[in-house]
Structure formats: structure tokens, C-alpha cells
Write a protein that binds this ligand. Structure first.
Ligand code: SF4
Length: 702
């Protein structure tokens, strides 16, 4: 049936990395309604509050950018223009900078919300034709520590589990994550599993008592930043109790001897003091893990968003390796992706250090393969600017032009006032956006209106490597265009061959072909095949025409030795530590009904009912000492900036630690609700992921 006549379409929720299937119906007035897809393997008809309210974000066009805008200098107002004029100007400016300052003077900053096809063409354009690797995304702020750790241990950025392992596992270690709020549908599957199998054990590790703790058999309320110490202590108890898999360690891993030395450097009681938990709790956690037949470790930003994010990840993955709980039903490390298509982006090489199909930019053979396939310019071996590096380079003038699409860095980047200064200094800014609320718009020289979810076609990959095909359901408003089409129009105007796609499916087929013979192989896959089986998990088995649910079932890993590598980094925290001037540790995170910078969920009045405004969570002991009452406006200050917010006094956070939600940005010209005024520029040295979960702040009544 043609799209015009068809009334109901399947798609995938565009918020978190769970990847729930939805049915979207076009109603008689041309609006859409959304409900959970009963036949979808991920959510089986369920949706969380955000997914249930998706239609409001689609139906409300009041904030949409409708036509291209442009100005010739920053003092002029932006004025409506044509697509041709906007892109011709952008081409002229990019060509001038590239000629004068070289290809590394321009950059693209994209998003984990981009469709795979969009990532692919941006990546091809800048790396394969412009000749720079300055393409990074906000996934750098999200999963890059997990990516690096997977590569170091398993030889590949590959989540080994599938969601169906949830119903098989009998022990869950949930650490640095609050899936009850941030990955709700997965958590409902865990809840249902626990409800029918009360014997299964759930351990939650978090400095705060979150909703996820209500399901926990054990909550380890650790001091922020002590995750490695805790994971090593658990590892030590597992070794002491001989609850490790010696055969698996011997046959399929490397590095266990060094690991043993490392974890025995501290006694369990010393570790307990550092972590701020009872020694018995560490021993009990180890007992639960050691007794489990199926052990899943679940984590997200509490581990990733850290100056020691990679090391935290390594110390956790080690627990699956030493117990041999990987590549088996109900077992494995299970990173919960924050964004809907961070995985798809990495599959096509959408980061400053990657090439398509997880090829390595530093590998000459990989560069040659891709270069030959694309037929463009020489691909540079020099890693491009990562997310925060781009803004540093704008600030000091190394980067002249930036093209920002599908992301709102003025709210989401750490040390946001610095990022704002950097964008002010940029010589040329292109903003490709759906909403007129994006806080990048005041800095734009060119604004390109983009199509939103349901208005364009493409694919996404969720946290379990599951690829889904998203249909175009309605037309975009005004002159807005799909992101991939905008990039291809620009590329063609630059004079580059290879961007003349007639449909997004052509881009997808090209990506699939380029993935052949790699670990992420989807060669032979296309939209029709995905539709026929609803979703497909990579790697795709072309001959059998099926995906792969679970990786490493043969215990052969993607490392050169085919063994998993147990790394034993030091447990030293390198974050900005509190001192007498800034005595509190600030940690940040999500709330249940908002998503990222609220550009979509902030439009839905129902989603504002849960928590209407930002707040500072502070322990009652600290509040009393500072003579602060509940609901009182306080000033929170760090070395970089300040915010003014109301307090929420609680006993569910560690004394000495305060929490702010990440979502709020500038409003009515004031940035005093923007949490990232406070966060630091510290990044993990390997993953380049920022340290959103730990910085030093001072608090005083306003
Ligand atoms: Fe959407 Fe995530 Fe909620 Fe599923 S759990 S409905 S993917 S926000």
C-alpha cells in the first residue's frame, strides 16, 4: 500500500537507546497518534511516559523552523532565504576556509539522535571528501568510555548481550544507572522477571537512593568516584571464595595474574571505608554474583561520564570475565545506551576517531579500504577534534567553521559558558535544526530547517545491536528537509561525486556493502529485509538471512589473541576534588519525564507535571549546617560558573554530595538554571568523555 493511502506505520521511539517499537496512526485531521507496538521484541506494546507522549511533539509545529535563514555578518538579523542561497553561501565559506586554513578548519558536530544514513553521509563528506576527521557527536558525552573499554577488553565496540538475557539472568549488578527512570521499559522487564522469580538478586550501586533501588536486594550507596575500588573489592572476594571460572580465565582471557595483584592491593575493609559502604555489603554483592548462573552487569552514565570513565568500565567488565559470565545465556556486560542511535552512528564511523564499520582511523589498511570504496580524497590518519575539543578549537581560533546538527550543545556540553564563548568566537556557524528554541540559533550565520522524527526515513540501532527501520509517516512542515538530503545537497554543491542518492535506502545499502567482512557485518541487509523480520541484530548472517542475538558464544573474542583482555588500571580518581572553597561534590543526571535538553519533551505539558522545575538535591545534614530550608533558592557555584535553584532536602543522597538534573538550559535570557555552567572541562584521557558526574561546588543561600 502506498504511503498516502496507508494509515498506520511502525516506527521506533526516538528517545532513549532501549529502542521501543511504536505504531503511528495518521488521524483524520492529519495529526498522528502513537501507541506501543504489541509485536515488537523490545517493548511488547509497552511505552514509558516519554514514548506515550511522542505524538504531542510531532503534532505541535508551533516551534518548528520552516525555512532557511542567513545573515552576512553577526550584527545583522537573520533573514529568510532559499535553500540554494543558504547552501551556496555555506559552500563558498567552507571552500574559502579549507583553501586558506586547510580541511581541519571546519567541523561537523552531530548527534546520537541522527539516523544511521545521516551519520553515514556526514562522515563520508568530511572524512572522505573534505579530508578532515573533524566529525564528532554528542555520543562522545554519552557512551565513548564504554566503547573504549569494549574495544580494549573484547577487541570490538560490541555489546555482547541481547535483551532476552534479562529473563534468563538471576543476578543484576546495576551501577551508575537509574534505569527505572532512564531506561524504563527495560526496567519493567527486569521488574516482571523479579516478580515471577523473587529469588533473583538485584544489586544497585549509586550515591543516591533512586527509584531503581526500590527493586534492589542490595543498594551499595558508594561515595562518588569510588566505583573502581568497589569493583576490585568484589573481584577480590570472588577470587578469595573461588567463585571465579578458572577454566574460562585460563582458556579465554589474558591479564588475570596482574588483575589478582591489583585487587589484592587493598583489603575489603579498606575498600569499604573508601567507598563509604559496609564491608558485609561488598561481600554480599560478591556472593550474589558468585552464586549466579546468569549475571548481567548494567551501567550507563555514572561510569561513562567520568575523568576515569574507561577505567571504571574496565573494572566492571572484569567481573563478567573472571566469572566467565559472558557469551552465555543471561550473562554479560550490558551497557545501556543513552541515545536512540548512538550505536548506529558508531557503526558507520560517526566519531572523530572512527571509520565505517568500526574501522580504526589509525589503521592505514582501514583507511585505504574506505578511501577506495568512497573514491574521494586521501583519508587523514589524524584523529579529528572530539566534542569538547571542537569548542576549545573554536575558542582559540584553530577551528573556523562548525556545522551543528540535531543537538543543543549550549545546554548539553560541560562548562557551558566556555562553550558559549567559543561559539561566539566562531567565524562561521551553520545550525541544522528542527526547533526555534535551540540555544545555538543566536550564534548561527546560516540556519537550515530539518525534518523531525516521523518526517523522514532511515534506520537506528538500539542498545542490543538491534536495527530498526523508521518510515516516513508525514511531511515535514514548511521547507524543512531530511538531514541526509541537506548534507547531500551541500556535498554536491561542493562538487563531490558519490552523493547522488535517490532514496535513503541507497545510502543504507552502501553502508551495508562497506561493512562486509567486518565484525559489524550487515552486508546484504536492506529496508525490505529489516521490515520482513521487524528488526535485525548485527552481525547479519547473509546466508541464513538472520541477525545474531548474542555475541561470543564460542568464547572467541575480536582481539588479536582471540582472548578477552583483563585490564587492571589504577583506582585513582582524577576528577576535580572538593576543597575548603568548593566543599561539595556535584553529580548530575536525568529525571523521569524529560529527555536531554527538553527541546521535545519540554513541549509536552503532561511531561512537566512530574517535576516542573530544576532543583538541587541536598542531604538534610548539609542543609541544616548551611541553614538552608526545603524549597529555598540557593546559589550553587563552581570555579566556572553558578546556578540558582530551589532545594530539595532529602536523606536519599550521600552527605557532601549534591545532585542537579541535566536538562535545563538558558531561559528568558538567563542561564542561571543551566547545570552545565558548573560542570568541569575534565575529560577521560582515552575516551575524551566529559566528567559530568563529579565536580567541586560551593553552596550558599540566595
Ligand atoms: Fe522511548 Fe526509551 Fe521510553 Fe522506550 S523506554 S518508550 S525507547 S524513551
Amino acid at each position: 500500500m502506498s504511503r498516502d493511502k496507508q494509515e498506520t506505520f511502525t516506527s521506533t521511539c526516538c528517545y532513549c537507546g532501549v529502542g521501543c517499537g511504536v505504531e503511528v496512526k495518521i488521524e483524520s485531521k492529519g495529526t498522528v497518534s502513537v501507541k506501543g507496538d504489541q509485536d515488537h521484541p523490545v517493548n511488547r506494546g509497552m511505552l514509558c511516559s516519554k514514548g506515550l507522549n511522542l505524538q504531542y511533539t510531532v503534532n505541535d509545529k508551533s516551534d518548528r523552523l520552516l525555512y532557511p535563514q542567513m545573515r552576512y555578518n553577526k550584527n545583522m538579523p537573520l533573514q529568510r532565504t532559499s535553500w540554494d542561497a543558504a547552501l551556496d553561501r555555506t559552500v563558498a565559506v567552507f571552500k574559502t576556509f579549507i583553501e586558506k586554513y586547510g580541511p581541519n578548519s571546519v567541523a561537523f558536530y552531530a548527534s546520537g539522535q541522527c539516523l544511521t544514513e545521516e551519520y553515514y553521509v556526514i562522515n563520508k563528506l568530511i572524512k572522505g571528501f573534505i579530508g578532515s576527521n573533524n566529525m564528532d557527536t554528542n555520543s562522545r558525552l554519552c557512551m565513548s568510555s564504554a566503547v573504549t573499554a569494549y574495544k580494549m577488553t573484547l577487541g570490538e565496540d560490541s555489546v555482547p548481550i541481547c535483551y532476552d538475557d534479562i529473563e534468563i539472568a538471576d543476578c543484576f549488578l546495576v551501577t551508575g544507572a537509574n534505569p527505572a527512570w532512564c531506561h524504563p521499559i527495560l526496567w519493567r522487564r527486569v521488574e516482571a522477571h523479579k516478580s515471577t522469580n523473587p529469588h533473583i538478586k538485584i544489586i544497585v550501586v549509586d550515591p543516591r537512593v533512586t527509584d531503581s533501588c526500590s527493586l534492589a536486594d542490595l543498594h551499595l550507596q558508594i561515595n562518588p568516584g569510588t566505583d573502581i575500588v568497589l569493583n576490585y573489592a568484589i573481584g577480590r572476594v570472588l577470587i578469595e571464595n573461588n567463585q571465579i571460572d578458572n577454566d574460562f580465565i585460563h582458556d579465554h582471557t589474558e591479564g588475570f595474574e596482574v588483575y589478582t595483584q591489583r585487587v589484592f592491593e587493598k583489603s575489603v575493609s579498606e575498600a569499604a571505608i573508601i567507598c563509604g559502604v559496609h564491608e558485609e555489603s561488598i561481600r554480599l554483592a560478591a556472593e550474589y554474583i558468585g552464586n549466579a548462573k546468569g549475571f548481567l552487569s548494567l551501567w550507563t552514565m555514572g561510569l561513562n561520564q567520568s575523568a576515569i570513565g574507561v577505567n571504571k568500565n574496565l573494572s566492571l567488565i572484569n567481573l563478567n570475565l573472571i566469572t566467565g559470565k559472558i557469551g552465555k545465556p543471561g550473562s554479560g556486560p550490558f551497557s545501556l545506551t543513552g541515545q536512540p542511535n548512538a550505536m548506529g552512528g558508531r557503526e558507520v564511523g560517526g566519531l572523530a576517531n572512527l571509520l565505517p564499520a568500526h574501522r580504526d582511523l589509525s589503521n592505514e589498511e582501514h583507511r585505504k579500504e574506505v578511501q577506495k570504496f568512497w573514491g574521494g580524497t586521501t583519508i587523514s590518519g589524524e584523529t579529528g577534534f572530539t566534542a569538547t575539543e571542537m569548542f576549545e578549537a573554536l575558542h582559540d581560533g584553530r577551528l573556523k567553521a562548525i556545522w551543528i546538527l540535531c543537538t543543543n550543545p549550549m545546554t548539553s556540553l560541560p562548562n557551558a559558558r566556555f562553550a558559549e564563548e567559543a561559539l561566539k568566537k566562531a567565524k562561521f556557524v551553520v545550525v541544522q535544526e528542527i526547533t526555534d528554541k535551540a540555544q545555538t540559533l543566536p550564534y548561527a550565520d546560516v540556519i537550515l530547517p530539518a525534518a523531525a522524527w516521523a518526517e523522514k526515513e532511515g534506520t537506528m540501532t538500539n542498545s542490543e545491536r538491534r536495527i530498526s527501520h523508521l518510515h516516513k509517516i508525514i511531511d515535514p512542515p514548511g521547507e524543512a528537509l531530511p538531514d541526509a538530503e541537506i548534507i547531500c545537497r551541500f556535498a554536491k554543491k561542493m562538487g563531490y561525486k558519490g552523493f547522488d542518492y535517490s532514496h535513503p535506502s541507497d545510502i543504507y545499502k552502501e553502508h551495508c556493502k562497506l561493512s562486509a567482512k567486518t565484525n559489524t557485518n550487515v552486508d546484504g541487509l536492506d529496508y525490505a529485509l529489516i521490515d520482513s523480520s521487524k528488526t535485525v541484530q548485527w552481525p547479519f548472517q547473509k546466508r541464513k538471512r538472520i541477525g545474531t542475538a548474542r555475541l561470543f558464544t564460542d568464547h572467541v573474542f575480536y582481539t588479536p589473541s582471540k582472548k578477552a583482555i583483563i585490564h587492571s588500571p589504577v583506582d585513582v580518581l582524577t576528577s576535580e576534588l572538593p576543597d575548603s572553597e568548593f566543599p561539595f561534590i556535584l553529580t548530575t543526571g536525568r529525571i523521569r519525564d524529560q529527555w536531554h535538553t527538553m527541546s521535545k519533551t519540554g513541549k509536552v505539558s503532561k511531561l512537566k507535571q512530574h517535576i516542573k522545575e530544576t532543583f538541587l538535591e541536598i542531604h538534610s545534614v548539609d542543609a541544616e549546617r548551611l541553614h538552608i530550608t526545603d524549597d529555598q533558592i540557593v546559589c550553587v557555584q563552581s570555579r566556572r560558573g553558578k546556578v540558582q535553584v530551589k532545594t530539595r532536602i532529602t536523606d536519599s543522597i550521600k552527605p557532601g554530595v549534591v545532585f542537579l538534573p541535566m536538562h535545563w538550559g538558558k531561559a528568558l535570557g538567563s542561564d542561571l538554571h543551566r547545570t552545565n555552567n558548573l560542570t568541569s572541562s575534565y575529560i577521560d584521557p582515552l575516551s575524551k568523555e566529559p566528567d559530568f558526574k563529579y565536580c567541586a561546588v560551593h553552596i550558599e543561600p540566595f
